[in-house]
Write a protein that binds this ligand. Structure first.
Ligand code: EPS
Length: 375
């Protein structure tokens, strides 16, 4: 499969073209808008989400809710474009208004201005904005349904917000009970996280956090140890790192493994007649030698705090190169809950790519048959 997204944060909309979706996949279209609504949610979001009510219009590739095998085009139109038309319209607009020159540390503003040779960071930030993730979530919701048709299910939850961390381990089933407020499982921790977000809002500050993602039902043997490009962990990590504001990814016990002796770091192998090979632990996060080993996939991604702080960090105004406070209009205080939805979408797309590359096939029937035949 191949996914291209396009669109600016305050332009006409965000668009996704998803090529290579097999024919014969029945889609529940309401689940696409459901995922978009979840992406807009989470305690700590800013003013933009009050303006938008994201809806994906399916322009191509689907007939009577079933995929045709042709490229899917999904369009999420920006309601806010009405307000931004005078400054964003492709057909002509006032580019001297809404300039951004007090560049934000942590954002694409400064490097983007130099790289793309512009004296207005607006030309860069419009695309660098996490608003782009609406298109990725729309496409991801298709990929989630493709994987589910094979019996592969994804779930995620928020493990930490700022310094409030939930260190417990949860079964895949337990993740069903995460809270709609922040997407955490532990209610007490979530309450503390909500209080921390309230504090950050008052301070004009922002908060990041950690998301854990799980994949249940993936058979062994996806990815390959034979070439570095095919390694499943490398591909999935790259997919998660591609999400705006993500600065770290780990697989299984990840960074903690570096400080453990080998006897505590690996998952010993057992065999029982009828049950086959099994493990009593999953520190590898379901991936050994760059291949799925049949255990649940466990990945974590760390999101940095959003770089638009209402209190404005120290920076330079590129008009005259004088010291200034970084630009602010409105911002999310914390978007870790939304980031979780985006991460799951990015994971679903990349995993669906891996699965389809390995199984081959043009329609869901033959792909389903081949997946069933795998051990
Ligand atoms: C976002 C929309 C944006 C930001 C945020 C995510 O809308 P606006 O710029 O109009 O407020 O709220 O994007 C950023 C964090 C960013 O740095 O650009 C969205 O829909 O997710």
């Amino acid at each position: 499969m191949r996914l291209t997204t396009s669109g600016e944060s305050h332009g006409k909309g965000l668009f996704a073209i998803l090529e290579g979706v097999p024919a014969g996949l029945t889609l529940d279209l309401s689940r696409i808008d459901g995922a978009l609504a979840l992406r807009q949610g989470g305690y700590g979001r800013g003013g933009r989400q009050k303006i938008e009510k994201d809806h994906a219009e399916i322009m191509t590739g689907v007939r009577n809710c079933v995929t045709l095998g042709s490229p899917l085009t999904l369009a999420v139109f920006n309601r806010d474009f009405e307000n931004w038309k005078p400054y964003m319209a492709p057909e002509g607009c006032d580019v001297s208004a809404r300039r951004l020159t007090r560049v934000r540390p942590g954002h694409a503003d400064l490097t983007g201005m130099i790289k793309f040779d512009t004296d207005d960071a607006r030309n860069v930030l419009e695309r660098a904005s996490a608003r782009e993730t609406a298109a990725r979530v729309a496409a991801g919701a298709v990929c989630v349904q493709l994987l589910e048709a094979l019996g592969i299910r994804l779930r995620h939850y928020v493990r930490s917000v700022g310094s409030v961390a939930d260190g417990r381990e949860y079964s895949f089933e337990a993740l069903q009970n995460k809270s709609p407020v922040l997407g955490m499982v532990d209610a007490e921790k979530e309450q503390k996280a909500v209080e921390l977000i309230d504090w950050a809002r008052e301070e004009g500050d922002t908060l990041g956090g950690m998301v854990e993602l799980r994949v249940h039902g993936l058979k062994r043997g996806f990815g390959s140890c034979m070439t570095y490009r095919e390694k499943l962990d490398a591909r999935l990590a790259a997919a998660l790192m591609s999400v705006q504001a993500v600065k770290g990814v780990e697989v299984g016990a990840g960074f903690a493994l570096a400080s453990l002796p080998g006897c505590l770091a690996h998952d010993e192998i057992f065999y029982e007649e009828g049950r086959g090979y099994f493990r009593k632990s999953n520190r590898a996060g379901g991936i050994e030698g760059g291949m799925s080993n049949g255990e649940e996939l466990v990945l974590r991604a760390a999101m940095k705090p959003i770089p638009t702080l209402m209190k404005g960090l120290q920076t330079v105004d590129t008009d005259g190169n004088v010291a200034a406070r970084a630009s602010t209009e409105r911002s999310d205080v914390c978007a870790v809950t939304a980031c979780g939805v985006v991460l799951e979408s990015a994971l679903a797309f990349e995993l669906a790519c891996v699965v389809l590359e390995q199984l081959g096939g043009s329609n869901m029937k033959e792909i389903g048959r081949r997946y069933k035949e795998m051990k």
